[in-house]
Design a protein around this ligand. Structure first.
Ligand code: PTJ
Length: 248
C-alpha cells in the first residue's frame, strides 16, 4: 500500500522520507533495524529544524574537498542509504571519481544483490562489496569487517554515512580519512570521524554534489586550505548549539 500524503500536510516531507524507507524495506534493501535507526535520525532532524544549517554546509564543503583530493575515494553504502538516495550517491561518485562499495551490518547475499540492483538501476558503474572478500579491517568482529581489495581496503578517503561507531573507529585506526553523515552530533561515529556532516543524508548528498562540482574547478591548494581550516570538534559543538538553542 502506498499512502497518499497531502502536499499541504505540515510534515509532508518527513512522511515522504518515511515512505522511501518503508518501500526500501519491502524491496529487501532495508532491515527492520534500519527503520529504527531512521526513527532516531528523524528525532535529531526535528531538533535541527529539518534543514541544512550553515554548520553542515561548511562540513559538506570540507568533505567534498577531501574526496576530490583523494587518490582513491570510496563511498560505503548500506540498506538505508540505498533506499534514501541511491541516485544521488551515484551522481556524487561520478563527480568525485570514486567507487561505491556495499558494506552491510546485517549482511545477507539477498540484500547485497538487491542493493547492487538498486544502484545499477540508478546508473552506477562498478558496485563493489558483492563478492566474498578475503581482506578485512583489523579490530572488527562483525560481517562489516570484510572489505573489497579494490575498494575500501585500498581507499585513502572514505565516506561512511549512517555508520556504527565500532566500524568508524576501526576505519580511522587504519589511517584512512573518514567522513560521515550523521544527524546525531553525539554519536560515536560523529566524534570519531575526521569530518561529520550533521544533516539528513537526503539533503547532505545533494549539498556535497553542489560543493564538489564547484570545487572541482578550483586549484588543489584551495581545497587543501578548506580541509586544513575545518575542525570537526567545533563543528559538532555548533550543531549541538543549534539543537539546544532551537535557533533554526
Ligand atoms: O543496512 P545495514 O545492514 O548495514 O544496517 C544499517 C543500519 C542503519 C541499520 C546500521 O548501520 C545501524 O544500526 O546504524 P546505527 O548504529 O543505528 O547508526 C545510524 C546513525 O545514523 C544514527 O546515529 C542515526 O541518528 C543516523 N541517521 C539515521 N537516519 C539518518 C541518519 N543520519 C543522517 N540521515 C539520516 N536519514
Amino acid at each position: 500500500m502506498n499512502i497518499n500524503i497531502p502536499p499541504n500536510h505540515p510534515r509532508a516531507k518527513s512522511l515522504h522520507v518515511r515512505e522511501l524507507l518503508v518501500n526500501g524495506f519491502k524491496k529487501g534493501l532495508v532491515v527492520p533495524e534500519g527503520l529504527i535507526a531512521h526513527g532516531r535520525g528523524e528525532a535529531f532532524d526535528y531538533l535541527l529544524g529539518e534543514h541544512t544549517s550553515e554548520t553542515a554546509r561548511v562540513a559538506a564543503k570540507a568533505a567534498s574537498s577531501i574526496l576530490l583530493l583523494a587518490n582513491h575515494p570510496v563511498i560505503s553504502v548500506n540498506g538505508n542509504v540505498a533506499a534514501l538516495c541511491a541516485k544521488e550517491i551515484v551522481e556524487l561518485s561520478h563527480v568525485i571519481g570514486g567507487v561505491i562499495e556495499i558494506n552491510l551490518f546485517y549482511r545477507t547475499k539477498e540484500r547485497e544483490i538487491a542493493i547492487e540492483r538498486e544502484f545499477k538501476k540508478n546508473k552506477a558503474g562498478i558496485v563493489l562489496g558483492i563478492k566474498k572478500s578475503k581482506v578485512s579491517i583489523p579490530e572488527l568482529q562483525s560481517e562489516r569487517r570484510r572489505v573489497d581489495l579494490n575498494g575500501i581496503y585500498k581507499s585513502d578517503a572514505i565516506l561512511v554515512p549512517l555508520e556504527d561507531g565500532d566500524r568508524t573507529e576501526a576505519l580511522v585506526n587504519t589511517g584512512k580519512t573518514v567522513i560521515t553523515i550523521d544527524l546525531n552530533p553525539l554519536s560515536r561515529t560523529a566524534k570519531a570521524a575526521q569530518i561529520t556532516v550533521v544533516d539528513n543524508i537526503i539533503r547532505a548528498i545533494p549539498e556535497m554534489i553542489i560543493a564538489a562540482k564547484h570545487l572541482k574547478t578550483k586549484d588543489k591548494s584551495i581545497l587543501k586550505k578548506i580541509v586544513e581550516e575545518f575542525d570537526n570538534e567545533s563543528n559538532l559543538a555548533e550543531s549541538l548549539k543549534i539543537i539546544q538553542g532551537g535557533k533554526w
